[in-house]
Design a protein around this ligand. Structure first.
Ligand SMILES: C[S@@+](CC[C@H](N)C(=O)[O-])C[C@H]1O[C@@H](n2cnc3c(N)ncnc32)[C@H](O)[C@@H]1O
Length: 332
């Protein structure tokens, strides 16, 4: 994490001031150290360049940790499957298996090969409309964000699809965040190998309990982040507390009468952000002035499952074909 962030951060648990001890730096980047909160005695490490501001009170399911440790345990027991995943010509693998090959290569630090496998996976996993609508969303957001130079904090960054586009296109410092330190560690290595290390900082925290001081975030983005946050509770109020400028949220909405996907959306605790009008109402209730700055509709289908890894799939939603509305929300 870059040192300009220190003055923006407080204890995520009690909002007390932090006392910093930096033990290793590379230029402006803090590689290791710790931040202590004298008010509530919480202690937050900076490890491998990632500030870890997770609090013990919120339950969280780190799917990166779960899927990747399950995948590596499975492949250790089945080296023949690992060989097939890695050695079969890419074009002969099912799209989901190309994705799993990308995950293995990414974990090994073979980032260029991982990118080629991930790109080959994407075209087979998603409908043309899905990909076109996502691309339009991102282009629209990049235009919107190009006029300013203040840092951009990206929420629930995952593999950093949006973070990479922001870092390549904008002349602004970017902060990648997620509650999974594991995915951020990999992002950091990958982005550094792509020459983007100087532009991107990394903070691990739960979006529902951020470590930012009131009003400290000028610009926040999120790409398919809101819909992935289970049991969001007061998420939008917490974001309202910390954002002083604009929140640009790239998301998609399900039709309200989509019973086939609706059951799963309820089961995952995702209903708050899954439907357009109720989601906008939630924003307003939390004190935001929000508008749909742009939107596009397209057909989405369930991502086809793996052939080599029995029972393994990619996205849980949509579970049945549907028409989604991709929106760029602009909230002040
Ligand atoms: C599929 S990713 C979204 C795509 C990503 N924004 C990108 O640009 O590639 C969703 C991410 O949300 C993260 N996530 C889920 N719940 C979260 C929470 N409460 N706080 C922070 N991150 C969360 C997950 O770990 C996952 O990495």
């Amino acid at each position: 994490m870059h040192d300009y962030l220190m003055e923006l951060l407080v204890c995520p648990a009690c909002h007390g001031e932090l006392v910093w001890a930096v033990t290793e730096r590379q230029g402006n980047d803090i590689v290791s150290g710790r931040a202590e909160c004298p008010d509530c005695s919480a202690d937050y490490p900076v490890q491998e360049g990632i500030g870890v501001f997770l609090t013990p009170d919120l339950p969280r399911q780190d799917l990166w940790e779960e899927v990747e440790s399950r995948l590596s345990a499975y492949l250790r027991e089945h080296p023949d499957i690992e060989r097939k995943l890695l050695e079969t010509p890419l074009e002969e693998l099912a799209p989901a298996d190309r994705f799993f090959r990308a995950m293995i290569l990414d974990e090994r630090g073979e980032f260029a090969e991982a990118r080629a496998a991930a790109d080959a996976a994407t075209a087979g996993l998603y409908t043309r409309e899905y990909l076109e609508c996502s691309e339009r969303q991102i282009e629209f957001a990049l235009q919107l964000l190009s006029a300013d130079t203040a840092p951009v904090v990206d929420l629930a960054s995952g593999m950093g699809h949006l973070v990479e586009r922001l870092a390549r296109r904008l002349n602004r410092p970017i902060v990648a965040t997620d509650f999974s330190p594991r995915v951020l560690r990999r992002d950091r290595r990958r982005f550094s190998s792509f020459g983007l290390g100087d532009r991107i900082s990394f903070l691990a925290f739960d979006a529902r309990r951020t470590p930012f001081r009131r009003g400290a975030v000028h610009t926040m983005t999120t790409y398919q982040g809101l819909l992935n946050i289970r049991e969001p509770g007061d998420l939008l109020r917490e974001l309202r507390r910390v954002v002083s400028g604009v929140l640009v949220a790239l998301t998609f909405f399900f039709p309200e009468d989509d019973a086939a996907n609706g059951a799963l959306i309820e089961e995952f605790g995702l209903a708050q952000m899954a439907y357009r009008e109720p989601a906008l109402a939630q924003f307003r209730q939390a004190g935001w002035s929000v508008q749909v700055a742009a939107s596009w509709k397209g057909v989405a289908r369930p991502t086809p499952p793996s052939v080599l890894l029995e029972g393994a799939g990619i996205d849980a939603l949509p579970a049945a074909e549907t028409t989604l509305e991709w929106c760029v929300l602009e909230a002040h």
